[in-house]
Design a protein around this ligand. Structure first.
Ligand code: MN
Length: 185
């Protein structure tokens, strides 16, 4: 995780800053706004902004939702999981299956609507549902760099173990923020 944060994520932050060096107006935008307006980014830097900006947003979310003890959520978020994702057991199974279906590098996410509706989606590379104007409640990184040092090629084992370090208090706060319209990356 130190390598993941200090090298992989850091390289994307540096890459985004480098791409935007000559574009002060874009550099001043919050990264979620930038990703929602990729079509307005000059073509010469659009791919760099997509990959590095997406990577920054995805990893910022990723670090925020971990560092906990796992377990299960309560309250409104738990009710939404039961309503939209078929309960915790089906949620974990479907989310992990989504992570296994990503061919090569990418992410598995839970998106959240302003009304609190949840859905499991996947994206390749460093793409994010933010690019489609959606909000991300949580997500797991299934790039090999996320698990190769400890789990080697066993992505399935990594996906299962990841639930043990989730911080449901933080994810619950993100859920409340999504419904308040204040959730960003
Ligand atoms: Mn990563």
């Amino acid at each position: 995780m130190e390598l993941h944060h200090g090298r992989h994520h850091a390289a994307q932050v540096a890459g985004l800053n480098a791409a935007l060096r000559e574009h002060g107006q874009l550099a001043a935008m919050p990264v979620d706004d930038l990703l929602m307006r990729l079509s307005q980014v000059p073509e010469a830097i659009r791919t760099a902004v997509r990959n590095n900006g997406g990577g920054h947003a995805n990893h910022a979310m990723f670090w925020e939702i971990m560092g906990g003890q796992g377990g299960e959520p309560a309250g409104d978020l738990r009710a939404a999981i039961d309503r939209d994702l078929g309960g915790m057991e089906k949620f974990r199974t479907d989310f992990n299956a989504g992570g296994m279906r990503v061919f090569g590098s990418g992410w598995v996410f839970v998106t959240v609507t302003p009304a609190g509706g949840l859905a499991i989606v996947t994206r390749p590379n460093q793409d994010t549902p933010l690019m489609d104007g959606q909000r991300v409640l949580m997500g797991n990184d299934v790039w090999e760099h996320a698990y190769y040092l400890r789990y080697h090629n066993r992505r399935a084992d990594y996906l299962i173990a990841w639930w043990n370090v989730l911080n449901w208090e933080r994810i619950g706060a993100r859920y409340a923020a999504a419904r308040d319209g204040t959730l960003r990356v």
